[in-house]
Design a protein around this ligand. Sequence first.
Ligand SMILES: [Zn+2]
Length: 96
Amino acid sequence: MVKKVRILGIDWSIKHTPTEDMSDNFGECHPGSHTIRINEILPESQQRAVLFHEIIEAVLNELEIEMAHKDVTALSAVLYAVIQDNALATTLTKEN
Ligand SMILES: [Zn+2]
């Protein structure tokens, strides 16, 4: 998986972290250090979904948008499914 992601012009580090250091969280978004931590115990497919969720959290934080965590979870899950179901990651990044 990727080690870095650029969010609104800022490079964030992605750290795959042992589950014992994650206090039962699947993922964590640390805006102060621009770090996203992903629980490495998860299967790769779930790590990608968690990464997407944390990216949404980072965006909301940067834009100072308040959103209930259950809504963040729903929004990120739905957007992730739409991107996957339509192979949009490739489509959206094509040059032409
Ligand atoms: Zn969250």
